[in-house]
Design a protein around this ligand. Structure first.
Ligand code: SF4
Ligand code: SF4
Ligand code: FES
Length: 261
Protein backbone atom coordinates (compact mmCIF):
# COMPACT_ATOMS: atom_id res chain seq x y z
CA UNK A 1 0.00 0.00 0.00
CA UNK A 2 1.35 3.41 -0.89
CA UNK A 3 0.96 6.46 1.33
CA UNK A 4 1.75 10.08 0.60
CA UNK A 5 1.18 13.50 2.12
CA UNK A 6 -1.18 15.78 0.21
CA UNK A 7 -1.94 19.47 0.55
CA UNK A 8 -5.50 20.48 1.38
CA UNK A 9 -7.13 23.84 1.66
CA UNK A 10 -10.36 23.76 3.65
CA UNK A 11 -12.87 26.56 4.20
CA UNK A 12 -13.47 27.24 7.90
CA UNK A 13 -15.92 29.70 9.30
CA UNK A 14 -19.59 30.38 9.86
CA UNK A 15 -22.37 32.69 8.72
CA UNK A 16 -20.36 35.70 9.91
CA UNK A 17 -17.42 34.89 7.62
CA UNK A 18 -14.34 32.73 7.34
CA UNK A 19 -11.52 31.71 5.05
CA UNK A 20 -9.36 28.92 3.66
CA UNK A 21 -6.94 27.08 5.96
CA UNK A 22 -4.04 24.94 4.74
CA UNK A 23 -3.35 21.41 5.96
CA UNK A 24 -1.04 18.59 5.00
CA UNK A 25 -2.73 15.22 5.45
CA UNK A 26 -1.73 11.60 4.90
CA UNK A 27 -3.48 9.86 1.99
CA UNK A 28 -3.62 6.07 1.49
CA UNK A 29 -4.49 4.00 -1.57
CA UNK A 30 -8.21 3.83 -2.33
CA UNK A 31 -9.23 6.71 -0.12
CA UNK A 32 -11.89 9.27 -0.92
CA UNK A 33 -11.98 12.94 0.08
CA UNK A 34 -14.30 12.19 3.01
CA UNK A 35 -11.59 9.88 4.45
CA UNK A 36 -9.22 12.83 4.39
CA UNK A 37 -11.74 15.10 6.11
CA UNK A 38 -12.18 12.43 8.81
CA UNK A 39 -8.40 12.15 9.22
CA UNK A 40 -8.19 15.92 9.52
CA UNK A 41 -10.82 15.81 12.29
CA UNK A 42 -8.95 13.00 14.03
CA UNK A 43 -5.52 14.61 13.89
CA UNK A 44 -5.55 18.38 13.37
CA UNK A 45 -9.02 19.95 13.37
CA UNK A 46 -11.31 18.12 15.82
CA UNK A 47 -13.98 20.83 15.55
CA UNK A 48 -14.17 20.79 11.72
CA UNK A 49 -17.88 20.55 10.80
CA UNK A 50 -18.91 18.25 7.96
CA UNK A 51 -22.23 16.53 7.24
CA UNK A 52 -22.22 12.90 6.17
CA UNK A 53 -24.08 9.67 6.90
CA UNK A 54 -23.65 6.70 4.57
CA UNK A 55 -20.20 7.06 2.98
CA UNK A 56 -21.69 5.14 0.08
CA UNK A 57 -23.10 7.82 -2.23
CA UNK A 58 -26.66 7.14 -1.16
CA UNK A 59 -27.72 9.59 1.57
CA UNK A 60 -26.84 12.77 -0.33
CA UNK A 61 -25.59 14.58 2.77
CA UNK A 62 -21.83 15.01 2.12
CA UNK A 63 -22.25 17.51 -0.72
CA UNK A 64 -19.55 20.18 -0.96
CA UNK A 65 -17.32 21.75 -3.59
CA UNK A 66 -13.94 20.30 -4.43
CA UNK A 67 -11.67 22.56 -6.46
CA UNK A 68 -14.80 24.60 -7.20
CA UNK A 69 -16.87 21.72 -8.54
CA UNK A 70 -19.96 20.46 -6.68
CA UNK A 71 -19.27 16.84 -5.64
CA UNK A 72 -20.02 14.21 -3.01
CA UNK A 73 -17.06 14.02 -0.60
CA UNK A 74 -17.57 10.28 -0.18
CA UNK A 75 -17.60 9.50 -3.90
CA UNK A 76 -14.61 11.55 -4.97
CA UNK A 77 -11.50 9.38 -5.02
CA UNK A 78 -8.19 10.97 -4.15
CA UNK A 79 -6.72 9.22 -7.18
CA UNK A 80 -8.47 11.69 -9.52
CA UNK A 81 -6.08 14.43 -8.30
CA UNK A 82 -2.38 14.74 -9.01
CA UNK A 83 -0.30 13.98 -5.92
CA UNK A 84 1.31 17.41 -6.04
CA UNK A 85 -1.99 19.23 -6.43
CA UNK A 86 -3.60 21.24 -3.60
CA UNK A 87 -7.16 19.99 -3.10
CA UNK A 88 -9.52 22.77 -2.04
CA UNK A 89 -12.72 21.87 -0.19
CA UNK A 90 -15.41 24.53 0.26
CA UNK A 91 -19.08 24.46 1.28
CA UNK A 92 -21.89 24.55 -1.30
CA UNK A 93 -21.90 28.08 -2.67
CA UNK A 94 -25.63 28.47 -3.37
CA UNK A 95 -26.74 27.91 0.23
CA UNK A 96 -26.01 29.75 3.49
CA UNK A 97 -23.12 28.42 5.55
CA UNK A 98 -23.90 27.02 8.99
CA UNK A 99 -20.31 26.16 9.86
CA UNK A 100 -17.24 25.02 7.91
CA UNK A 101 -18.46 22.56 5.25
CA UNK A 102 -22.05 22.41 6.48
CA UNK A 103 -24.67 24.51 4.69
CA UNK A 104 -28.31 25.18 5.35
CA UNK A 105 -30.15 23.47 2.48
CA UNK A 106 -33.66 24.22 3.75
CA UNK A 107 -34.36 26.20 0.55
CA UNK A 108 -34.71 22.81 -1.13
CA UNK A 109 -37.18 21.45 1.40
CA UNK A 110 -39.29 24.59 1.05
CA UNK A 111 -39.35 24.09 -2.74
CA UNK A 112 -40.25 20.42 -2.31
CA UNK A 113 -43.26 21.35 -0.21
CA UNK A 114 -44.55 23.66 -2.95
CA UNK A 115 -45.06 20.79 -5.40
CA UNK A 116 -48.39 18.98 -5.03
CA UNK A 117 -47.94 15.23 -4.58
CA UNK A 118 -49.04 12.49 -6.98
CA UNK A 119 -52.83 12.47 -7.29
CA UNK A 120 -54.11 8.85 -7.35
CA UNK A 121 -56.56 7.96 -10.09
CA UNK A 122 -60.17 7.83 -8.88
CA UNK A 123 -61.66 4.36 -8.45
CA UNK A 124 -58.34 2.46 -8.59
CA UNK A 125 -56.67 0.84 -5.58
CA UNK A 126 -52.84 1.04 -5.60
CA UNK A 127 -52.51 -2.70 -6.33
CA UNK A 128 -54.60 -2.26 -9.47
CA UNK A 129 -52.34 0.36 -11.08
CA UNK A 130 -51.08 -0.71 -14.50
CA UNK A 131 -48.38 1.13 -16.42
CA UNK A 132 -46.34 0.45 -19.53
CA UNK A 133 -42.74 -0.49 -18.85
CA UNK A 134 -41.48 2.62 -20.64
CA UNK A 135 -43.44 4.79 -18.19
CA UNK A 136 -42.11 2.82 -15.22
CA UNK A 137 -38.54 3.27 -16.43
CA UNK A 138 -38.99 7.00 -16.96
CA UNK A 139 -40.15 7.48 -13.36
CA UNK A 140 -37.45 5.16 -12.06
CA UNK A 141 -34.69 7.27 -13.56
CA UNK A 142 -35.96 10.35 -11.74
CA UNK A 143 -36.52 8.36 -8.54
CA UNK A 144 -32.79 7.54 -8.35
CA UNK A 145 -32.35 11.08 -6.99
CA UNK A 146 -30.59 11.03 -3.59
CA UNK A 147 -31.41 14.71 -2.89
CA UNK A 148 -27.78 15.75 -2.64
CA UNK A 149 -28.74 19.13 -4.17
CA UNK A 150 -25.53 19.33 -6.20
CA UNK A 151 -27.67 20.18 -9.23
CA UNK A 152 -29.39 22.93 -7.26
CA UNK A 153 -26.00 24.28 -6.18
CA UNK A 154 -24.50 24.34 -9.65
CA UNK A 155 -27.42 25.89 -11.51
CA UNK A 156 -26.40 29.42 -12.53
CA UNK A 157 -29.95 30.70 -12.08
CA UNK A 158 -29.51 30.66 -8.30
CA UNK A 159 -25.76 30.04 -7.79
CA UNK A 160 -24.93 33.74 -7.69
CA UNK A 161 -28.46 35.11 -7.72
CA UNK A 162 -30.12 34.92 -4.36
CA UNK A 163 -32.87 37.10 -5.77
CA UNK A 164 -33.99 34.31 -8.15
CA UNK A 165 -34.57 31.76 -5.43
CA UNK A 166 -38.12 32.76 -4.69
CA UNK A 167 -39.25 32.34 -8.30
CA UNK A 168 -37.16 29.29 -9.27
CA UNK A 169 -37.54 25.77 -7.90
CA UNK A 170 -34.28 24.48 -9.42
CA UNK A 171 -33.55 21.40 -11.54
CA UNK A 172 -34.25 18.81 -8.84
CA UNK A 173 -37.80 20.07 -8.30
CA UNK A 174 -38.60 20.92 -11.91
CA UNK A 175 -37.62 17.29 -12.53
CA UNK A 176 -40.20 16.28 -9.92
CA UNK A 177 -42.88 18.33 -11.70
CA UNK A 178 -41.85 16.71 -15.01
CA UNK A 179 -42.06 13.24 -13.48
CA UNK A 180 -45.57 13.86 -12.22
CA UNK A 181 -46.71 15.59 -15.41
CA UNK A 182 -45.52 12.60 -17.49
CA UNK A 183 -46.93 10.03 -15.05
CA UNK A 184 -49.75 8.22 -16.88
CA UNK A 185 -51.79 7.69 -13.71
CA UNK A 186 -51.46 11.13 -12.15
CA UNK A 187 -54.99 12.56 -11.94
CA UNK A 188 -53.97 16.11 -10.99
CA UNK A 189 -55.61 17.60 -14.09
CA UNK A 190 -58.96 16.03 -13.15
CA UNK A 191 -58.74 17.91 -9.85
CA UNK A 192 -58.09 21.20 -11.65
CA UNK A 193 -54.29 21.25 -11.18
CA UNK A 194 -52.36 22.12 -14.35
CA UNK A 195 -48.78 20.98 -13.59
CA UNK A 196 -47.42 22.53 -16.79
CA UNK A 197 -48.91 25.90 -15.92
CA UNK A 198 -47.49 25.76 -12.40
CA UNK A 199 -44.06 24.77 -13.79
CA UNK A 200 -44.06 28.01 -15.78
CA UNK A 201 -45.90 30.33 -13.44
CA UNK A 202 -44.85 29.12 -9.98
CA UNK A 203 -41.64 27.11 -10.35
CA UNK A 204 -39.76 29.29 -12.87
CA UNK A 205 -39.30 26.80 -15.73
CA UNK A 206 -38.63 29.74 -18.08
CA UNK A 207 -35.45 30.65 -16.17
CA UNK A 208 -33.81 27.39 -17.27
CA UNK A 209 -31.84 27.80 -20.49
CA UNK A 210 -30.92 24.10 -20.71
CA UNK A 211 -27.19 24.54 -20.20
CA UNK A 212 -27.04 20.99 -18.73
CA UNK A 213 -24.70 21.99 -15.88
CA UNK A 214 -27.11 20.24 -13.48
CA UNK A 215 -26.85 17.01 -15.46
CA UNK A 216 -23.05 17.15 -15.45
CA UNK A 217 -22.78 17.14 -11.64
CA UNK A 218 -25.51 14.60 -10.83
CA UNK A 219 -23.87 11.66 -9.00
CA UNK A 220 -26.74 9.40 -10.06
CA UNK A 221 -26.17 10.25 -13.74
CA UNK A 222 -29.78 11.28 -14.17
CA UNK A 223 -30.30 13.00 -17.53
CA UNK A 224 -32.04 15.90 -15.77
CA UNK A 225 -32.02 18.28 -18.72
CA UNK A 226 -32.65 15.88 -21.61
CA UNK A 227 -35.21 13.64 -19.93
CA UNK A 228 -37.01 16.01 -17.58
CA UNK A 229 -36.47 19.73 -18.23
CA UNK A 230 -36.57 19.76 -22.04
CA UNK A 231 -39.67 17.48 -22.22
CA UNK A 232 -41.37 19.64 -19.59
CA UNK A 233 -40.57 22.77 -21.59
CA UNK A 234 -41.98 21.13 -24.73
CA UNK A 235 -45.14 20.11 -22.92
CA UNK A 236 -45.56 23.59 -21.44
CA UNK A 237 -45.12 25.18 -24.89
CA UNK A 238 -47.63 22.72 -26.38
CA UNK A 239 -50.06 23.87 -23.73
CA UNK A 240 -49.49 27.53 -24.55
CA UNK A 241 -49.68 27.22 -28.32
CA UNK A 242 -52.16 24.39 -28.73
CA UNK A 243 -55.10 26.20 -30.46
CA UNK A 244 -57.65 24.14 -28.52
CA UNK A 245 -55.98 24.98 -25.21
CA UNK A 246 -55.80 28.63 -26.30
CA UNK A 247 -59.53 28.61 -27.21
CA UNK A 248 -60.44 26.83 -23.97
CA UNK A 249 -58.50 29.38 -21.89
CA UNK A 250 -60.16 32.25 -23.77
CA UNK A 251 -63.64 30.86 -23.20
CA UNK A 252 -62.82 30.19 -19.54
CA UNK A 253 -61.48 33.71 -19.04
CA UNK A 254 -64.54 35.22 -20.77
CA UNK A 255 -66.80 33.10 -18.55
CA UNK A 256 -64.94 34.35 -15.46
CA UNK A 257 -65.29 37.97 -16.62
CA UNK A 258 -69.02 37.51 -17.32
CA UNK A 259 -69.48 35.96 -13.88
CA UNK A 260 -67.71 38.91 -12.21
CA UNK A 261 -69.77 41.60 -14.07
S1 SF4 B 1 -30.13 23.09 -17.49
FE1 SF4 B 1 -31.53 24.55 -16.51
S2 SF4 B 1 -31.81 23.80 -14.44
FE2 SF4 B 1 -29.97 22.75 -15.28
S3 SF4 B 1 -28.23 24.02 -14.62
FE3 SF4 B 1 -28.85 24.77 -16.66
S4 SF4 B 1 -30.32 26.45 -16.27
FE4 SF4 B 1 -30.12 25.27 -14.33
S1 SF4 C 1 -31.02 15.14 -9.43
FE1 SF4 C 1 -28.95 14.31 -9.10
S2 SF4 C 1 -27.73 16.11 -8.49
FE2 SF4 C 1 -29.88 16.69 -8.27
S3 SF4 C 1 -30.38 16.28 -6.14
FE3 SF4 C 1 -30.93 14.43 -7.31
S4 SF4 C 1 -29.13 13.10 -7.25
FE4 SF4 C 1 -28.46 15.14 -6.59
S1 FES D 1 -22.03 10.29 3.01
FE1 FES D 1 -23.91 9.69 2.08
S2 FES D 1 -23.70 10.41 0.03
FE2 FES D 1 -21.77 10.85 0.95
Amino acid sequence: MSTYDARFRVWRGDAEGGGLEDFTVEVNDGEVVLDIVHRLQATQAPDLAVRWNCKAGKCGSCSAEINGRPRLLCMTRMSVFDRGETVTITPLRAFPVVRDLVTDVSFNYAKAREIPAFVPPAGLEPGAYRMRQVDVERSQEFRKCIECFLCQDTCHVVRDHEENKEAFAGPRFLMRVAELDMHPLDAAAERGLDRRATAQDEHGLGYCNITKCCTEVCPESIAITDNALIPLKERAVDRTYDPLVWLGNRIRRRGERDAES
